[in-house]
Design a binder for this molecule. Structure first.
Ligand SMILES: [Zn+2]
Length: 314
């Protein structure tokens, strides 16, 4: 065999040699030739380099595919989280719009200078305190009656004027009058305390907070017109329910955690658990000057009282 032919044969075998698939005889032939032939050695190097490049390319391609897959996974996670967040945000935004609306109405209601409020508060399972309040241009009257199986008990009537230090408390049944003239009375006669609307914090942050803390839905039960029902979401120990009047933004009903328990007579078996509720009624523009005028007190036993800042009589 001349050199040229042998080179051709060996070069045909080189690929197989690199892949280590040659039989022992061919392998020996190639190795022997390679020791003597620079040309074929160069060819082998070339082939090995090609193979290496090819492997590298394949690896690069696989890496690239892996990278794309990882990117897609991350994208999917971000999109899912984004969608969940958007849903929550939409719910929250809806609540915020409602809270903002009724609190703005409540703020307007609180600006009125002519307000009548009736508060019906269950004191025990069989007695209810009805407090009626009249407010007109800084003059205020409060009257409380206690209703129970024993009948109506006229509890007291209070008269006060904004920014004075005097409160007149009349006990009709006993024909007694108590006149308080002190710092405590002055504090309670501030406009924000005398106006019979729950003064709240109407600022933006508080609205955000309320929208976050409460679930809100609409109902007509018991009242016959639409109002909002608000429940605390996160406080599992709380029974708090507040109904909000859609018209004036004020509370219609509050139920807290106070419960009256009724037993079957003479036993400790619970017959009924009653959630003590408080109901509110507000009316605007109906209070007259006569409603808030202090009556003639002749014939009443009058007692003057002054207390220090701790509430002790002096
Ligand atoms: Zn050769």
């Amino acid at each position: 065999m001349d050199k040229k032919t042998e080179c051709e044969i060996v070069q045909d075998l080189l690929l197989g040699y690199s892949d280590e698939v040659l039989n022992a005889e061919s392998k020996k032939l190639v190795e022997k030739h390679l020791l003597e032939c620079k040309e074929c050695q160069a060819k082998l190097n070339e082939i090995q380099k090609d193979i290496e490049n090819h492997d590298n390319n394949q690896k690069k391609q696989i890496d690239y595919l892996k990278k794309i897959r990882r990117r897609n996974t991350i994208k999917t996670i971000f999109i899912s989280v984004g969608i969940v967040f958007l849903i929550f945000f939409a719910f929250y935004l809806r609540k915020f719009i409602i809270v903002n609306d009724f609190m703005n109405k409540a703020k307007e209601s609180a600006k009125s200078n002519n307000i009548y409020r009736e508060v019906s508060k269950m004191v025990t399972d069989d007695s209810v305190a009805i407090t009626r309040e009249w407010y007109k241009d800084g003059k205020y009257k409060l009257h409380t009656d206690i209703y129970s199986e024993r009948g109506v008990e006229n509890f007291m009537t209070v008269y006060a004027t904004v920014n004075t230090d005097e409160r007149i408390i009349i006990f009709e049944d006993a024909k007694e009058v108590r006149i308080e003239k002190d710092e405590s009375a002055k504090m309670r006669n501030e406009e924000k305390n005398l106006k019979p609307v729950d003064s709240q914090n109407y600022n933006f942050i508080n609205k955000l907070k309320i929208a976050f803390e409460y679930s809100i839905h609409t109902s007509t039960y018991h009242i016959g017109r639409e109002y909002y029902v608000m429940n605390k979401i996160f406080d599992k120990n709380s029974n708090d329910v507040v109904w909000i009047d859609k018209n004036n933004g004020l509370a219609l009903r509050k139920i807290g955690n106070e419960v009256a328990i009724k037993f079957f007579e003479g036993t400790d078996v619970v017959k009924e658990e009653i959630l003590l509720k408080t109901e509110y009624k507000h009316e605007f523009g109906i209070v007259t000057d006569e409603d808030v005028a202090v009556p003639d007190l002749t014939g009443y036993k009058i007692e003057y009282v002054s207390r220090d800042s701790d509430g002790n009589e002096i």
